[in-house]
Write a protein that binds this ligand. Structure first.
Ligand code: MLT
Length: 433
């Protein structure tokens, strides 16, 4: 039976203890980067780190025998084919390439196109450009998992994937700091008119008078959506002396308070903020949340930052509010149509535009890539489900217990489909766990 590597054990333990890398790093007394390195199979831990790890596992009764049995089974015959449809970091590639017998195709190795490459693929990894719709998945009869290196899964038809027994995973949190940092940067850029200061200087002008700005200190920041990104924004905003209010139906007042945020209703946030930043996912409830009515209810001179999704804002209404001065400025990183062409915001001086770069830092791209690669690998090898958007998370132990029932449910589904009572035969398939 092959022994799991230290990196594999570390990842399993971290998932079982539900720790972020930095928290595991604190437990073991190492730098947070070392945790990702070990989990990628790089670097050799010091004996003292190994000892700390053993003690931690002993304390929490973490055992690896079942995983070793699982990985023995996987090693015996399971060859996997992974298609990386968009550019990923070398470290991401390395997670898959380290698996003996696994075939990995990168975006520049698809001479006959993506559909052809998917004919015998077990996993597909994308970022935000490739549309994974039902028609594409039709070409992928063996597909078991789609990994999204990033948070938003609006380029993946999760419903179609579910019907086809394909798990869709994303990487919440891995780019949260990058998005939060851009948000703060855009707030400052709006408050201090940095784009105008820069462009007038480049044009040889000295526009000191017209470039007087406003301080963030003492203003109220309204954060719509208190997930990982919203909380990272709050953490940084506190340092600027902003009052922070937040709205999120899924977060308790106590959690908000712990993060220095006063939890308020959406209406209160809209009415009470000097700056509003959006950090909610795109759902039917959040689509168009910034519209003519909510804009009219805002304080005059409010500034709006959107690093989440373009569809959260009704463009025509925001353009009108920016022209009338109801909204003093907006910073937009995301658009309904991307790449954004002929956007009406381009003509407005009080708008800062960036091309969906909030998650585009070297660190975040590395983090989302490695995280999705490890999640996909653990799913293919051990059935561990992490951060799936269409299946509850499953540990290896839970998977072992549930697998027969999942199998039974899949068989019943196929039976129903074949009997013509269960709807679309084409779409029903056993969950390939
Ligand atoms: C995300 O959804 O992760 C961010 O918008 C960044 C990206 O699309 O890659």
């Amino acid at each position: 039976m092959p022994e799991l590597s230290f990196g594999e054990k570390l990842l399993i333990a971290r998932k079982q203890l539900n720790l972020f890398s930095y928290q595991m790093a604190e437990q073991l007394g190492v730098h947070p980067n070392s945790i990702s390195k070990y989990e990628r199979g790089e670097g050799k831990p010091h004996a003292a780190v190994l000892r700390m790890f053993d003690l931690l596992c002993e304390k929490h009764n973490i055992r690896f025998d079942e995983f070793e049995a699982g990985s023995a089974a996987a090693d015996k015959g399971d060859k996997m084919k992974i298609v990386l449809a968009e550019k990923v970091s070398p470290a991401t590639l390395a997670v898959f390439s380290a698996e003996p017998g696994w075939e990995v195709l990168t975006h520049d190795q698809l001479p006959n196109g993506l559909p052809a490459a998917l004919a015998d693929a077990d996993a597909l990894v994308v970022r935000s450009a490739v549309q994974v719709d039902d028609a594409l998945m039709e070409h992928a009869p063996k597909l078991r998992v789609v990994g999204r290196a990033g948070v938003g899964v609006d380029n993946i038809d999760a419903e179609a994937a579910t019907r086809r027994g394909v798990v869709v995973m994303n990487t919440p949190g891995a780019n949260a700091v990058a998005v939060a940092e851009l948000t703060i940067g855009l707030m400052l850029a709006l408050a201090r008119k940095l784009p105008a200061a820069n462009s007038t200087m480049h044009a040889g002008k000295w526009e000191k008078k017209s470039l007087q700005g406003a301080e963030l200190r003492g203003k109220t920041l309204g954060i719509l959506g208190l997930g990982r990104i919203g909380l990272e924004v709050a953490k940084r905003a506190r340092g600027f002396g902003l009052e922070i209010i937040g709205s999120d139906p899924f977060v308790s007042a106590a959690v908000a308070r712990e993060n220095g945020i006063k939890l308020v209703s959406l209406d209160e946030l809209i009415a009470g903020s000097d700056y509003i930043t959006l950090h909610v996912g795109l759902t039917p409830q959040t689509t168009g949340v910034i519209n003519a009515k909510t804009l009219a209810a805002m304080k005059k001179g409010v500034r709006i930052i959107n690093c989440a999704r373009g569809e959260l804002v009704e463009d025509a209404a925001l353009v009108a509010a920016l022209k009338s001065g109801q909204v003093a400025g907006a910073a937009l990183d995301v658009f309904v149509e991307e790449p954004a062409k002929n956007t009406p915001f381009a003509e407005l001086d009080n708008v800062i535009l960036t091309p969906h770069i909030a998650g585009s830092t070297a660190e975040a791209q590395e983090a989302v890539g490695i995280q999705i690669a490890m999640q996909v690998r653990e799913y293919l090898k051990l059935g561990v489900v992490q951060n799936a958007v269409n299946l509850p998370s499953l540990s290896h132990e839970e998977y072992v217990q549930l697998a027969p029932y999942i199998d039974l449910a899949g068989r019943l589904g196929s039976f129903m489909a074949q009997a013509g009572k269960g709807g679309d035969e084409r779409g029903v398939r056993r969950l390939p766990l």
